[in-house]
Design a binder for this molecule. Structure first.
Ligand SMILES: Cc1ncc(COP(=O)(O)O)c(C=O)c1O
Length: 351
């Protein structure tokens, strides 16, 4: 057994997965207690009276093509939120294991761990170094209980891309002990290559991708885990059958056709251009203390009076994210890049 399987929860490794109704689309389905008629409200192609494919292989194959990786290394799931939950449930034993995170970062890594009853060890990103991770400190914090180490690149909410060499150094140092989970939710906006080409050399590396950001499908709830096939097989034992709905499967296939994909590239380019315009414009405002460089579709902005800035935005009908309670971000708000008109409105709302 490989080390990255051996460190998973023993009870998950030996779990007999749920036996879902067999998937033979050519045959009449009298084996899954479905209704044989479609609802009048059903606008889907395949029919919502039928369960979707339990582990949608064609979807995984399409995502594999998108992410340029073998289909056996992909698990399609209900957003990357579900991916984080699955990894935690597979690898962190309640009351015994731990996950290592580098705050300020995306909140779900810690929440999933706490729900699972696993400990959360925090090694803060180094603000003085542009929120780079502290590799020696991360390695020093490693104990045999740590099963998952999370990095987010570009990081939410700080926006910085973490250096490829640093990530690979950490993955190599963790080999045999813990998985390194790199959340690439925003990588399309960074101009950097995904780490997917490194998976073969680093089998303990796990990547999270999502269609919620660059592809504009946040409402469809579709994400993917990219990892060694043995890790994927382990996660498949735990994922709910039918986790990805038929409507989502159809939406994703449509979104990945050539025309919408070309539009996605246009949207990403627009976001990047607007992000840079906004960063420049915000930096000249009296209310603004600092705009952090961003490789994502949002800006981390520190204000002299963040409460007042929040109020200005709200009065102009704009919601921005209050980060004042996040570690080291007492003055900060996170602002998603909108359309040029929305961005102009935001600029007009601030002194
Ligand atoms: C870094 C990061 N990872 C994952 C997610 C969750 O994405 P999804 O919509 O795929 O569940 C988000 C959502 O904001 C995020 O910022």
């Amino acid at each position: 057994m490989s080390w990255f399987e051996a460190i998973a929860r023993p009870d998950i490794r030996s779990l007999q997965p749920y036996q879902h109704a067999s998937w033979e689309p050519g045959l009449v389905r009298l084996h899954a207690n479905e209704l044989p008629w479609r609802s009048l409200a059903d606008a889907s192609e395949a029919g919502l009276n039928r369960y979707p494919e339990p582990h949608p292989l064609a979807l995984a194959a399409r995502l594999a093509e998108l992410y340029q990786i073998d289909a056996g290394s992909v698990l399609a799931c209900r957003g990357s939120d579900e991916a984080i939950d699955l990894l935690t449930r597979c690898y962190a034993q309640h009351g015994r294991d731990a996950v290592l995170i580098a705050p300020p970062t995306f909140g779900m890594y810690a929440i999933c761990a706490r729900v699972q009853g696993a400990a959360v060890i925090e090694v803060p990103l180094r603000r003085a170094a542009g929120y780079e991770p502290d590799l020696p400190e991360l390695l020093a914090a490693l104990t045999p209980a740590v099963k998952l180490v999370y990095l987010c690149s570009p990081n939410n909410p700080t926006g910085n891309l973490i250096g490829r060499a640093q990530i690979l150094e950490l993955a190599a140092a963790l080999a045999g002990q813990a998985l390194l989970v790199v959340d690439e939710a925003y990588v399309e906006f960074s101009g950097a290559r995904s780490l997917s080409t490194e998976l073969a050399a680093q089998p303990g590396l796990v990547l999270l991708r999502t269609l919620s950001k660059a592809h504009g499908l946040a409402g469809a709830r579709c994400g993917a885990v990219l990892a060694h096939p043995e890790i994927i097989n382990l996660l498949r034992r735990v994922i709910q059958p039918y986790a990805v709905t038929q409507l989502t499967i159809e939406a994703v296939f449509h979104a990945l056709e050539p025309k919408p994909l070309a539009e996605t590239r246009t949207h990403v380019a627009m976001v990047i251009a607007e992000r840079e315009r906004m960063a420049f414009a915000l930096a000249t405002r009296a209310a603004v203390l600092r705009v952090w460089p961003s490789a994502a579709n949002f800006l981390l902005v520190e204000f002299r009076d963040p409460g007042a800035a929040l109020e200005c935005c709200h009065t102009a009908g704009l919601l921005v994210r209050d980060l004042r309670r996040a570690p080291t971000l007492g003055q900060a708000l996170r602002i998603s890049v909108g359309t040029p008109e929305q961005n102009d409105r935001l600029l007009a709302s601030l002194p």
